[in-house]
Design a protein. Structure first.
Length: 392
């Protein structure tokens, strides 16, 4: 077990109709003029945006809106938001949507609070000294950005996708009504479930520091998402399953399932960031497409964890050698992905990557992690390339 810091200052308001609390929460945290940041037209078509603006109007809270946040949110829109906030003297950000809107709002907050180019933080050139305060109305259970310290932005020039983490970017409050996720396409729901599980799996598969309590929490979360993801494939309107998945999404990425470890591996995410940057694929689907190849490449170097995962999470019988059990666990994950209509390789993802494309992605990934990264197994550029090739 390693020493750790656990910090989760976000106030969570969970349940049916909780979006009606947005004005009082903004006031509680000192907001007087708000930028409402959202993605596409779904929050408008569903009527959620009108509910939000009506509530703010009744409370006398001024606001301006900025839509357009897309999956793999773009730096260009972030910069537009920064300028809008400065022009309108915005003092509070409200992200309405999923991880893309939240991550984009965090980046806007960094850019307003700090002088200079906001991309410097995502390019690891300097650290933020603060962030404009942020609240969230969550409509997609996936990234956990509503309670995490992280955000991921894609720079259009060079299609570079990078993440930045800072406690300054943690949301002041997160409104979570599982009903708001019921209009999601089935594919997005499955992508979200995959991303939630991967946030915990990245922390779980490590060779540095473990706690029995943390492991048990992680395994329980993974089993819960796995079973409820299968329910939602057949019954997308199931409120209880939506609620389980939504709460799991927050707990999977607020640090809880990594307490006592070395911080985790995170190379599946780093590899997927290059897929997302180059091909603009859905994040959860990209993770599913690359995970099996990563797992087979590293499992021998992290065999006890893969064996435990197979038994505790994927219900593999404890029969055979440790390697056989571990490999059956990896196969069981891929079977689960197929059951919820997720890809297990690049071809199924719809990506026809050339060898040159894979070399480019491996190189950009290596640059992004200063040459190498990984806890289950330390990976360098040649390893990253081999995993991309195996995933084809």
């Amino acid at each position: 077990m390693f020493d750790f810091k656990y910090y989760t200052p976000t106030k969570v308001v969970f349940g049916k109709g909780t979006e009606s609390k947005v004005a009082e929460l903004i006031k509680e945290f000192g907001g007087k003029k708000v930028l409402i940041h959202y993605g596409g037209g779904s929050v408008i078509r569903s009527g959620l945006m009108k509910k939000v603006t009506d509530t703010l109007d009744e409370a006398g809270i001024s606001y301006v809106s900025l839509g357009g946040a897309v999956p793999n949110p773009r730096l260009g829109l972030v910069r537009e938001g920064i300028e809008l906030c400065k022009k309108e003297n915005i003092d509070f950000l409200l992200a309405v949507g999923g991880g893309s809107a939240i991550d984009s709002a965090k980046a806007i907050g960094y850019g307003v609070f700090n002088e200079g180019d906001v991309w410097d933080f995502y390019d690891y050139k300097r650290q933020a000294k603060g962030c404009l305060p942020l609240g969230v109305i969550l409509t997609i259970a996936a990234t956990g950005s509503e309670m995490s310290d992280s955000s991921v932005i894609t720079k259009e020039e060079g299609l570079v996708k990078r993440g930045y983490s800072s406690d300054f970017g943690r949301a002041k409050f997160a409104i979570m009504n599982p009903e708001l996720t019921m209009t999601l396409p089935d594919y997005q729901t499955s992508c979200g479930c995959t991303d939630i599980m991967m946030h915990t799996m990245e922390r779980y598969f490590s060779n540095g520091g473990h706690m029995e309590l943390t492991d048990s929490l992680a395994e329980g979360l993974l089993r819960t998402v796995k079973e409820n993801a299968k329910i939602l494939v057949k019954d997308p309107k199931n409120y209880d399953a939506r609620a389980e998945v939504m709460w799991a999404g927050s707990l999977a990425h607020n640090g809880l399932t990594g307490c006592g470890s070395d911080g985790g591996d995170w190379m599946t995410h780093k590899l997927e960031h290059e897929l997302g940057g180059l091909y603009d694929v859905a994040h959860g689907a990209g993770l599913a497409a690359i995970w099996g190849s990563w797992a087979r490449y590293v499992y021998k170097d992290c065999l006890p964890r893969f064996k435990r995962f197979a038994i505790k999470v994927m219900d593999v019988p404890e029969v055979g050698t440790d390697e056989e059990i571990a490999l059956k666990g990896i196969e069981a994950v891929e079977d689960f992905y197929r059951e919820i209509n997720m890809p297990t390789n690049l071809r199924e993802l719809g990506v026809n990557a050339t060898e040159e494309d894979m070399k480019v992605m491996a190189h950009k990934c290596a640059v992004g992690v200063n040459g190498g990264k990984g806890s289950a197994k330390f990976l360098k550029e040649e390893d990253m390339f081999a995993i991309f090739k195996a995933a084809k």
